[in-house]
Design a protein around this ligand. Sequence first.
Ligand SMILES: [Zn+2]
Length: 325
Amino acid sequence: MIAKNRSIPKEVRIYQAIVSRLPINHPRKAELESRLARKRAGYKGEKELDYHISQIDHSKLTILHDLRIPFNDTHFQIDSLLISNSLIIPIDSKYYAGTLEFYPEFNQMIQYLNGNEKVYPDPVLQTKIQARQLKAFLISHQYSPPPIEPFVAITHSQAIIKNPTQNKEVSQRVFKSPGIFYKINPYLVKYQNEIISDQETKKIVKFLLKKNKPYIPDLKALNLPYDDLQKGVECPACNTFGMERFHSLWGCKRCGHISKDAHIAALKDYFLINGQSINNGQFRDFLGISSIHQSRRMLSRLDLNRSGEKKGRVYTPGKTFPLWD
Ligand SMILES: [Zn+2]
């Protein structure tokens, strides 16, 4: 059973909004486009892993994707978690290209890519730390979890995995997505005794879902070129910015396309780029609307939460105004 699916990373949505509004010749266009491409590729790798996980017989397993659990003033993240009555399997997925050499005795992994050499923390150690944190977290909340056996998935299909010191743990715990079944099956066979009841397993799953705290990117840390972003409503037909409002419709000067609701995408972009609140003045400025009454009417027709009165009123996305889909 899949108890929690993976959704598009929030950074992908944010970078999409930014890249589409950055002028073609902007000096940071290439950099931001490549950040977006990297995030998208990582997500694609995770979705592929999800597919291979879904192919395993999971009649006795509950699967949770993309968990982020607050723990000791910080968070630990688990890309995929498989839970049964006998065993818990956290999987950390790594989207690394090139040749990856594991050196667990020095807590490092070296990536060779396009003539460059780069060192990363040992992913096996990282996933073991996450497993330990998960165990401590569950115990601290009076749960008695079954054994936890962590794994590392290398989700880049072109990656070459090497284990020069023939470390046993690397060969047992690291796999490429399509090989998942053959890596975890020995553990599924080894741990067949039911340690906890169905009810206890369900309780743990429910508790993890309740404690999950999705990551919200810190927009300030992204250091975005706010002043250079194009404002206005984008034409859904030709992608030109600056549709004009007339008779409660949007018209494109370039291609003549008419739209009823092109402002919704623009407002979503605003929330993604600037944070999740807007006032009437900001709405008019960003969408290019001159009438305060018209903009108030438009805002009132959308599913937004309102707070404050008159000039101090701000709008935030409502439940059916999804930003992250
Ligand atoms: Zn157009």
